[in-house]
Design a protein around this ligand. Structure first.
Ligand SMILES: [Zn+2]
Length: 155
């Protein structure tokens, strides 16, 4: 686990099987999990969290969502397509502000990567963005797709 701040940690992405970064934010009453990943390590860590668990799913792709079937949780926040796919969840179709000692804003973002991208802003200081900045932009000079790393460095 990597620590971002006093209350925010994340499990790093992995490639075998492909599993996304998993954010764990420790609120006052609940633990908030941003994406659940797709590997056993992430599932075990998520299940070991002691407070009630609220899951925020950035989108339905398997590397972000497959552990849903392996973990116990209290609430799921997701976009409309994910809600239909998993037959569960509180649909995010506009900004939702929640205070749990920490200020959370869960919000939809139109993006070219997926149908229903949902993101998380924490205390207006940190953001978990899922794959919404995943590159779909073609570099005109290099004629190659820009990698996510190089795209991030341009920001
Ligand atoms: Zn994706």
């Amino acid at each position: 686990m990597q620590k971002i701040s006093e209350n925010i940690e994340y499990i790093s992405a992995d490639g075998n099987p492909l599993s996304c970064d998993v954010g764990i934010i420790h609120g006052g009453k609940c633990d908030w999990i941003f994406d659940v990943g797709n590997n056993e390590n992430s599932a075990q860590i998520i299940n070991s969290v002691s407070k009630p668990k609220n899951i925020i799913l950035s989108h339905f792709h398997i590397d972000h969502s497959d552990n849903l079937k392996k973990i116990k949780y209290d609430n799921l926040y997701c976009g409309s397509f994910s809600r239909k796919k998993f037959s569960d969840g509180i649909e995010i179709n506009r900004d939702l502000n929640i205070k749990d000692e920490i200020n959370f804003t869960i919000f939809p973002v139109p993006c070219c990567h997926t149908k229903d991208s949902v993101e998380l802003l924490i205390d207006e200081k940190y953001a978990f963005l899922g794959d919404c900045i995943y590159p779909m932009h073609k570099d005109e000079t290099e004629k190659q797709f820009i990698t996510q790393d190089s795209f991030t460095k341009q920001l």
